[in-house]
Ligand binder design. Structure first.
Ligand code: ADP
Length: 371
């Protein structure tokens, strides 16, 4: 019976449920009031009469009259108070349920609008604290989703722009070859291969970038000693340097305190920073330096390369940014590496900075928290 009742109320809309629950509470109150006063009031009245009689009042003749009068008065006032009470309580409960329901319906409509793509839809504040809190949380979520959406659109815009250039070059060559305007030669094929390689690198970088920006990159933070990694990177990059190119050196205390980091991600950041240093440094030195400061381990890549102009420094971590479009396109850079590096460092609880002087060299440094 109870179960059937519950199932029945569950199928009702919230407004009716609220209204009925108020009604039930009110009925229980009224019924218990009526029953208890019905039992106790006449008895108390009779006791009162007896006390008056014992004090010397002669009520013997009018006693039945008094009792009937009392009962009549009691019944009338009970009927009136039940009528007025139930009407007022019913009205009040209807008003409260309606007010809550209005807010909820409004919230539902706004969330539906948001889901349909109206990213600037926000819930208004409510005078019901719980609903207000719900509204505030929803609005916070909406702001963050709006940001993700804006970044996604921006990324697609930038990406199509970046992909278009090598595609146009490849199509141009292919059309000219097809029309017989140019002769097929190893040089042409090399250029075509270079552009497709560039496309490939761009697509790979973009995949990493979209994962990093959306926060889907798995980060496995552990207590690690970075010294072996720094040594192996210096060895690997030294092999890539030309005879008359810069020298690569490691400046690192023999015992490095452990840090809390993801070793693979840290390697990815360092490969990017060292790769850039090698790419933009013709002679002099590239130094990989590690030093501790308070609760941080700072790792710096210092080069004596071409440097970056002061007005360009604030942009180096922006995606697709390159100091000189044509030069870097030629060198094969995608302008995504530093954006990914910064995200990876931040995901590990660190920060990345750059200092540079045109023609003198650049220093990229980041810190990781000590374990
Ligand atoms: P890219 O793939 O083009 O190197 P990055 O995001 O790694 O992309 O770097 C962005 C730009 O910052 C580069 O194109 C270059 O202009 C500049 N840059 C990065 N590192 C250095 C450096 N060590 N020296 C001079 N310029 C640099």
């Amino acid at each position: 019976m109870m179960k059937i009742g519950m199932r029945w109320t569950k199928s009702l809309p919230l407004a009716s449920r609220l209204f009925f629950s108020h009604l039930v509470v009110m009925l229980v109150g009224v019924v218990s009031l009526v029953i208890i006063s019905k039992i106790s009031s006449p008895r108390l009245f009779v006791l009162h009469l007896e006390r008056l009689e014992s004090q010397g009042f002669d009520l013997i003749d009018i006693r039945p009259e008094l009792v009937t009068g009392f009962e009549l008065a009691w019944r009338r006032s009970t009927v009136w108070s039940v009528l007025v009470g139930t009407t007022a309580a019913g009205g009040l409960s209807y008003w409260v349920s309606k007010r809550i329901m209005q807010r909820l319906t409004e919230m539902e409509q706004i969330t539906q609008k948001f889901a349909a793509g109206e990213m600037n839809a926000r819930l208004p504040s409510s005078d019901i604290p719980e609903l207000n809190r719900l509204g505030v949380s929803f609005n916070r979520m909406a702001v963050s989703l709006e940001g993700v959406e804006a970044r996604r659109r921006e990324l697609i815009g930038d990406m199509t722009h970046e992909l278009r250039t090598p595609l146009t070059v490849v199509r141009g060559y292919l059309e000219e070859l097809a029309d017989g305007e140019i002769e097929a030669s190893p040089e042409i094929y090399r250029r075509l291969a270079k552009e497709t390689k560039r496309l490939e690198r761009l697509v790979n970088d973009l995949q990493e970038l979209s994962k990093a920006e959306a926060g889907y990159l798995p980060i496995n933070i552990q207590r690690v000693n970075l010294r072996p990694l720094l040594e192996s990177l210096v060895e690997k990059f030294t092999d890539q340097l030309l005879e008359d190119g810069p020298v690569l050196q490691l400046e690192c205390p023999s015992v490095l305190p452990p840090v809390m980091a993801d070793i693979d991600r840290t390697e990815q950041v360092l490969v990017n920073l060292l790769g850039n240093a090698v790419r933009y440094t013709a002679k002099g030195s590239i130094t990989l330096r590690a030093e501790t400061e308070a609760s941080k381990l700072w790792i710096a890549v210092v080069d004596t390369g071409i440097g970056i102009a002061p007005q360009n420094l604030p942009h180096v971590f922006e995606r697709f940014w390159r100091a000189d479009e044509s030069r870097d396109r030629h060198s094969g850079g995608t302008g995504i590496g530093l954006t990914i590096s910064r995200r990876l460092v931040e995901l590990q609880g660190g920060q990345i900075q750059v200092e540079s002087e045109l023609g003198i060299g650049s220093t990229f440094r980041f810190f990781l928290p000590l374990a």
